[in-house]
Design a protein around this ligand. Sequence first.
Ligand SMILES: O=P(O)(O)O[C@@H]1C[C@H](O)[C@@H](CO)O1
Ligand SMILES: O=c1cc[nH]c(=O)[nH]1
Length: 338
Amino acid sequence: MAACDCDNILPQGSVEEQHYDNCRSVWAQRHPTNLPLLKNEDGTIGLKNRNILNLDEDVLYHLAFTNKSIDLEAKFGDVKFVCTGGTKERLKEFALYMAQRLGIKIEGDLRDWAEKSKRFAMYKVGPILAFNHGIGIPSMTIALQEVIKMLFYAKAKNPIFFRIGTCGGLGVEAGSVVISKWGLNGYLNKSYDLPVLGKTYSMPSFLDRRVAQELYLVAKESKNDFQTYLGGTMGSEDFYRGQARLDGPFCNHTKEEKMTFLKELASRGVKNIEMEATAFAALMTEAGIRGAIVCVPFLNRLHGDQVTSTKEQLTQWENNPMKVVGDYIVKYYENQNQ
Ligand SMILES: O=P(O)(O)O[C@@H]1C[C@H](O)[C@@H](CO)O1
Ligand SMILES: O=c1cc[nH]c(=O)[nH]1
């Protein structure tokens, strides 16, 4: 099958866009499940696992509540946008930022719906849900899967998910924003490969093309004081050797090998490296949910390995993905009101 990672913005219904959709549907045909629905007709999430229906009560262990301990439909049924990222602070910040952008008044401190979990935090303001996922694929997929189940019980309709993260840039400057088209794993495949029952279950890691393009256009229109790029994202299993760094406690490659690898990534259209892209893209596709990844590079990896900018500078840069996603959400409601 030909590559479907064209760098251009694709017009709706174009041959390339259809080809991309075909890639996903060919994969879906190869992996039939016992539930045909990706999404119910009314837009609510359809889970692809019948076993769930046999549970009297479903414990969302890492969120520290069950589908019966909270009236999920009453509390989360109106969720339209779901935002995630590594840290609790960033996601609380995002929830407060969105409250301000959407004119939602907050009385007192924001409630953390996952306060008993200790691992994750989850905030809600109006139609926005924000939760953190920790570092790396296993932590992220646990949080993400429990939130998908939660929104299934809540009967939330057509939610769009965003990961707002930090990353290392490849040929792009610190403080810019990279919107991901796909995730690339450490073997340079566009897939999330999970061992299941002793075999590899391989899922394609393409992100929703339309949301990515819309985000990119919104960012361009906003005339931000930072650059925005659309490109591939390497989702590494590690921060140090896995990202070809030379400054970890272990290193078995030379500086020349590192540079050759990073340049190889760049030549394949990779614009940044983080630690969740493949799995996030794959699970969104499998759940039939539209998802996007918007990250800020903290450094250009072609120039070094260490993150040397001040905490103040890093915190300020973290606002850039929030601004892009915030503009997208505001525009969504502006368009609805027209
Ligand atoms: O969302 P965050 O900022 O946590 O994303 C990147 C990828 C890893 O989770 C982490 C590594 O520093 O930052
Ligand atoms: O280089 C970086 C910076 C942030 N996060 C990563 O995963 N890599």
